[in-house]
Design a protein around this ligand. Structure first.
Ligand code: ADP
Ligand code: VHF
Length: 373
């Protein structure tokens, strides 16, 4: 078996608290240095990497000299604020050795649930990647209340994977991967080398956290793999203590448990577009544009004759044929006001009319679902 990571270009890597903080004993600088070296090697291969790191609370608890992880939310938040300083300092200095710039991003659930904030988070992350900066993400623990909390970084890792259309999610933890039962208390548990992400039996195998430092255990990792697969991304759960784990995965070596996505990234994205998003308005196309879309092309402003309703960049609109029948829907690159200004215009006129150009297409073909043959 080959690792799918070899052919993946954009990868989210999540590292858990017990690994980052040596089971709560304090920041594991040697481990951070190893991952930094490997991630630098991945970026030299042309891969784009986003790191989701836990460990702020565990490190804060250690720095504050507390005997154990507190149960009060405010104490956890205080610990996270202290510990996050340690995390970013640690990562910054390790990645600097490899001339890699890093950026800290702290997110809450609301940032990804709100359409505008979601698009902003996406654009910022993609811009950082374009500039070869390594984003290091954690939950914004100091401001969250229980209602807006992701709660565990496995979920956050999967949502970031969906957000940036990553090809894969690698979850590094303190076990080799997924076993048929928690190996800490089931010596007979068997290792799962490969499975389809989202299969029901995986959720039955996975238990909670085995240590007092981690939160979600294997259950949240299996659910994260199911969620990552919704945008067509594969997940690998592997040990962060395995020597050269990241570079070996990138070389195609099958390490850890590989939970593959059933559908391709493009098919998944189109399914998601078709099913999940609220439709905000519509554009009416001319006959030429209808033909172009049916042939697999993107929608250009030149083929649009009318705009109906109010929509913003990133929202979903209906594409109507000249006789008013919905023939496609997709994610628009320009708002209704902007579209109004550029309809029937060739792409070369976008910049003179708008004063800027986001994308040459009104709807890119990857963001378009055809509804009729
Ligand atoms: N089926 C399983 N296979 C492997 N580990 C499991 C399983 N069920 C529960 N676990 C537990 O999940 C733990 C990893 O999750 P967690 O402690 O939350 O780590 P992290 O901090 O890396 O997120 C393992 O140490 C193990 O005890
Ligand atoms: N945001 C928290 C993450 C908590 C968490 O999910 O931990 P883990 O199960 O180890 O990934 C922190 O940095 O402590």
């Amino acid at each position: 078996m080959q690792s799918v990571i070899q052919s993946c270009q954009r990868i989210v890597i999540k590292v858990g608290s017990s690994l980052v903080t040596n089971e709560g004993r304090g920041l594991d600088h040697a481990a951070l240095a190893r991952w930094a070296e490997e991630i630098a090697a991945l970026t030299r291969m042309g891969k784009q990497v986003v790191l989701v790191s836990s460990g702020a609370i565990a490190e804060g608890v250690k720095r504050l000299g507390w005997a154990k992880r507190p149960s009060m939310l405010h104490e956890k938040q205080a610990a996270a604020a202290v510990g996050q300083m340690g995390l970013v300092q640690g990562y910054e200095s390790c990645f600097r050795q490899h001339s890699l710039q890093t950026a800290q991003i702290l997110l809450t659930h609301e940032d990804l649930a709100d359409r505008t904030r979601y698009l902003n988070a996406r654009s910022t992350l993609l811009t950082l990647l374009q500039h070869r900066v390594l984003p290091i993400i954690n939950e914004n623990d100091t401001v969250v209340t229980s209602e807006i909390k992701f709660g565990d970084n496995d979920t956050l890792g999967a949502l970031v994977t969906n957000l940036i259309d990553a090809d894969a999610l690698i979850i590094l933890t303190d076990q080799r991967g997924l076993y048929t039962a928690d190996p800490r208390n089931n010596p007979a548990a068997e290792f799962v080398h490969e499975a389809v992400a989202g299969s029901a039996e995986l959720e039955q195998m996975a238990g909670g956290a085995g240590s007092s430092v981690g939160t979600g255990g294997m259950y949240t990792k299996v659910i994260a793999a199911k969620r990552a697969a919704l945008s067509g991304a594969h997940t690998v759960i592997a040990s962060g203590r395995e020597p050269q784990v990241l570079t070996r995965l990138a070389a195609g070596e099958a390490i850890g448990s590989q939970l593959t996505a059933g559908t391709s990234r493009l098919a998944a994205r189109k399914q998601w577009l078709a099913d999940h998003l609220q439709v905000k308005g519509s554009v009416t196309l001319d006959a030429g544009a209808v033909k172009a879309l049916r042939g697999g092309a993107s929608l250009l402003p030149v083929g649009v004759v009318e705009v109906n309703g109010d929509f913003l960049r990133g929202e979903v609109v209906r594409c109507l044929s000249p006789d008013g029948v919905e023939m496609a829907r997709g994610l628009v690159n320009y708002s209704s006001l902007e579209t109004q200004k550029v309809l029937r215009q060739p792409t070369t006129k976008l910049e003179p009319i708008l004063g800027y150009i986001d994308e040459p297409e009104l709807i890119h073909r990857d963001n378009l679902v055809l509804l009729q043959a």
